[in-house]
Design a protein around this ligand. Structure first.
Ligand code: FE2
Length: 390
């Protein structure tokens, strides 16, 4: 047994926790850059935060973000943090907003353009100095970015979507207040919730799976599979919202310490090439990838521990016990398929993917996530996953 587990310095979870934010920010210094989602611009959430900051004499500047962060947006946000002399950065919003805040907090102290640090496209530059302390406050339940060490940055011009990754990017504080997710509309709740579920399933079968993340993943899967349909169908169901916020946090803890797999490899390619939202991309290939992995393992690596793990996932997803592992695996795949169908995730064909682009998507799907998939999938296997999702 050989593993490492790292996370935010502090994790604070609970309904109403947002009221602690002012005090937390002030404990890091008297100048703060607040990076917030555009949808929060005139929100009570931000008003509450600003009142708290004023009361404590913290000078704060706001940056509003929309969409997935681009290289230029990260560079500008870091420059703002430096110009303000920020002692701390607050990121409050969905996964993309947290990623923008995270990348900017690292860049603010290390200098250069974020492009230099991006995997696969940059100059291979690594962060050397600690980032500005980041307080990450998610307003969606999905990405788990509040406890991960990477930020995804895109370039529409150059057509890439890549990560800046470093242990130095782990947020100082993950502050998860599920009340912030209560107003997320159903379609977005569904897509980000299925991202969270994927981020619990993939680390559990990952080549880098480890005991600490295993326990968290199973707990998260059991909660998410029950809570997600309820949160989508009745946004006011607080228990369901709480469980999904927790599942998202647990997924972040798992992926940051055990890696992901083929669903995320493929989703990265779908996002970069077709601009398909991350949660939708994950959801649309989830059960097909589970099925392809299981079949590939059964035919090529029948002694892999991942097979038994897929059976355990089947039991966690269905809440049932099975005599035979093959039955548990099949039930798990069927449960994932019916959940995605029930939540009305659009098919890839409706989102612009056609047979003629499959080869290119296959080629671009072999990024960092694919490396911890429990079995090496062939190009033909990845193409049939996509074909089944058209
Ligand atoms: Fe994800």
């Amino acid at each position: 047994m050989n593993f490492e587990f790292a996370t935010a310095r502090q994790v604070a979870f609970g309904r109403g926790r947002l009221d602690l934010l002012g005090e937390l920010v002030a404990s890091y210094g008297d100048r703060a850059l607040v990076v917030a989602g555009r949808h929060l611009q005139r929100s009570e959430t931000l008003q509450r935060l600003e009142y708290q900051l004023q009361k404590r004499g913290v000078a704060a500047e706001r940056v509003f973000a929309t969409g997935e962060p681009e290289v230029a947006a990260v560079d500008e946000t870091a420059a703002r943090a430096r110009a303000l002399g920020s002692k701390v950065v607050v990121g409050i919003g969905g996964g993309s907003v947290l990623d923008l805040a995270k990348a900017a907090s690292g860049l603010a102290t290390n200098g250069g353009s974020v492009r230099d640090y991006l995997e696969g496209v940059g100059t291979g530059r690594a962060l050397q100095k600690p980032a500005l302390p980041l307080i990450a406050v998610p307003t969606t339940a999905g990405t788990g970015s509040e406890v991960t060490r990477n930020a995804v940055v895109s370039s529409r011009e150059e057509g890439f979507k890549k990560s800046i990754r470093s242990p130095l990017l782990l947020p100082a504080v993950a502050l998860v207040d599920p009340a912030l997710t209560d107003s997320v509309p159903p379609a977005q709740t569904a897509a980000s919730g299925l991202d969270a579920l994927t981020q619990l399933i993939e680390p559990y079968v990952s080549l880098r799976a480890q005991p600490a993340t295993d326990a968290l993943a199973l707990e998260g899967i059991r909660r998410a599979v029950k809570a997600l349909p309820r949160a989508v169908e009745d946004g006011a169901d607080r228990d369901a919202r709480d469980d999904m916020a927790l599942a998202s946090l647990l997924g972040g803890l798992c992926l940051a310490n055990a890696g992901l797999g083929a669903v995320h490899g493929i989703a990265a390619a779908l996002g970069a090439r077709f601009g398909i939202a991350h949660g939708v991309a994950c959801a649309s290939v989830l059960w097909q990838t589970m099925e392809a992995n299981v079949e590939a393992l059964e035919t090529r690596e029948a002694s892999s521990p991942a097979l038994e793990r897929y059976a355990t996932i089947g039991e966690a997803l269905t809440g049932e016990r099975f005599e035979r592992s093959t039955d548990a695996r099949a039930a798990g795949i069927a449960a994932a398929q019916s959940l995605v169908a029930r939540l009305e995730i659009p098919r890839l064909g409706e989102l612009g993917l056609a047979e003629s682009s499959l080869a290119a998507v296959v080629k671009e799907s072999r990024g960092s996530s694919m490396k911890s998939n429990p079995v090496v999938l062939t190009d033909a296997e990845i193409a049939s996953i996509l074909r089944a999702a058209l």
